[in-house]
Design a protein around this ligand. Structure first.
Ligand code: FES
Length: 165
C-alpha cells in the first residue's frame, strides 16, 4: 500500500512550509501509519525520503512516541496506564486483568487481530483512575466488570472475530 498521492502532496506542502522539522516528521509518520496500519520499514523509508532524513533518524524519533507502532498492531490498541496512581486502585492491575482475559502479554496482539495491549505512562486522566485508552479514547475508572463490558461491546461489532476465551 502506498500513501495516496493527494495526501503525499499535502504532507510535502506542510514539510516545505513547516518551521519545526521534528513536528513535521511526526505528522508524516502518523499519516503513514494511518495508511499502512503501523510504521513498517517501507513507511519509515518513505518518511525518510519525504523529510530528507535518514531512516535511523526516523526510527529514533518513532521510539519516543507511544502511539507510533513499529510492529503490526490489532484493530484496537489498548494503552494501559501503568503509572502509580492507576496502580493504587485494586489488587489486580488493569494490565494483569487484560493479560489474563485476552491471553496475550503486553506488546502482543490477539490471534484474531482485534486487540493489542501496550503499557503507557500517565495519560492525564488520573481523576478517573485506573484508566486505559482504546484507540486513543479514555475509559475509567475501570473495574473487571467494566472492562468485560467494553471488550464485549467491541466484539459485538466484529462478529467475524472469535469470542475471547
Ligand atoms: S496515573 Fe494513570 S492516568 Fe495518570
Amino acid at each position: 500500500m502506498m500513501l495516496p498521492e493527494d495526501k503525499k502532496e499535502e504532507l510535502q506542502k506542510q514539510i516545505l512550509e513547516g518551521e519545526a522539522p521534528r513536528e513535521q516528521a511526526i505528522n508524516v509518520m502518523f499519516a503513514l501509519q494511518k495508511c499502512y496500519g503501523y510504521l513498517s520499514d517501507e513507511a519509515v523509508a518513505e518518511a525518510a525520503h519525504m523529510l530528507g532524513m535518514t531512516t535511523l533518524e526516523i526510527e529514533e524519533l518513532a521510539t519516543f512516541y507511544d502511539f507510533l507502532y513499529r510492529e503490526p498492531v490489532g484493530t484496537y490498541v489498548i494503552h494501559v496506564c501503568d503509572s502509580s496512581i492507576c496502580w493504587m486502585y485494586g489488587e489486580e492491575t488493569v494490565m494483569d486483568y487484560l493479560v489474563k482475559k485476552l491471553a496475550i502479554t503486553p506488546g502482543e496482539t490477539t490471534a484474531d487481530g482485534l486487540f493489542t495491549i501496550l503499557p503507557v505512562c500517565c495519560v492525564g486522566y488520573c481523576d478517573h483512575a485506573p484508566v486505559m485508552l482504546i484507540n486513543g479514547k479514555p475509559y475509567g475508572p475501570l473495574t473487571p466488570e467494566y472492562i468485560d463490558r467494553i471488550l464485549e461491546d467491541i466484539r459485538v461489532r466484529h462478529p467475524e472475530c472469535e469470542e475471547v476465551k
